[in-house]
Design a protein. Structure first.
Length: 283
């Protein structure tokens, strides 16, 4: 590092176990870029001063994670279309204006496309209606060329709001229902692609799943955004049923690659980023 090093970071609370520094620094090293990336734990009450300080220090960009994705909007000058409709930001580009983006949905979209999942005219079922589900659902509605979206959630106000936002802000028609065993079974039979967007199955509760083999079938595409463990119980159940599976690491590295495109205008080496994340996960 020197006086010319362009700084990037991820902010959250907690943040200690973030895989982002390893992923982004691997790219900077490989491409010979004079850039550095760190993780900073920022308490909610210090969010505004942290953003202001990064701007004063001429940071190139930042990633934003829990619990700051919504509140950080108050300190930005402009939002991308997706970030505006989603109502949350996970990537900031610093410059004359502070611009907020949400690359989570793009990460999911690219993960599906790079895994040869055909989205065109397909029916998408999303389990969950929180922040990640919002980002993915709205991005797919805006850019996925899909036929329909169905959201199954456990917080009625949350999934109703998401459905309304999609129907008002995009050309895709969305529907929402309470998540029960009956609605899961019913909607999975209609879906071409199932995307799991809840923490169920995440480490340390790795033997949990919302969907079992008997609900799934050959020809269905199943994506789990959980990436620790790399293969969740849901993905194991999907493989047993003959479904095509996509792990959460694909969304993670692709959202990171999109952040680097926004910051630096580069096509980031996704395979290198994947290897860096896998190396950290194995530690």
């Amino acid at each position: 590092m020197d006086a010319e090093t362009k700084l990037f970071c991820v902010i959250g609370d907690p943040i200690e176990h973030s895989l982002s520094p390893a992923m982004h620094n691997a790219v900077f090293k490989e491409l010979g870029l004079n850039c550095a990336y760190a993780a900073f734990r920022i308490a909610p009450e210090n969010l505004g001063s942290a953003i202001k300080g990064m701007g004063a220090m001429n940071f190139g960009g930042a990633n934003v994670t829990i619990p700051h994705k919504v509140n950080v909007i108050d300190f930005l000058d402009k939002l991308s279309e997706e970030a505006r409709i989603i109502g949350a930001v996970n990537t900031i580009k610093f410059g004359e204006k502070l611009i907020g983006y949400n690359t989570d949905g793009y990460g999911a979209l690219q993960a599906l496309r790079s895994s040869s999942a055909d989205l065109n005219g397909k029916n998408i079922l999303i389990l969950g209606s929180g922040g990640a589900a919002r980002a993915i659902a709205i991005t797919l509605a805006l850019k996925g060329e899909i036929a329909s979206l169905t959201i199954l959630g456990v917080v009625e106000e949350e999934f109703r709001t998401l459905v309304d936002d999609i129907n008002k802000g995009t050309k895709i028609r969305a529907a929402g229902k309470m998540m029960t065993d009956e609605t899961k079974k019913e909607e999975i039979t209609k879906a071409d692609i199932l995307i799991h967007c809840t923490p169920v199955g995440m480490h340390p509760k790795t033997n949990e799943t919302l969907v079992t083999r008997d609900m799934l079938r050959k020809g269905l595409v199943v994506m789990d955004i959980v990436y620790n463990p790399l293969e969740t119980k849901l993905l194991r159940e999907a493989k047993k049923a003959g479904a095509k599976t996509i792990g959460g690491i694909e969304m993670f590295v692709n959202q990171g690659a999109e952040a680097e495109r926004i910051w630096l205008g580069i096509d980031a080496p996704v395979e290198l980023m994947r290897r860096a994340v896998l190396k950290e996960l194995k530690k």
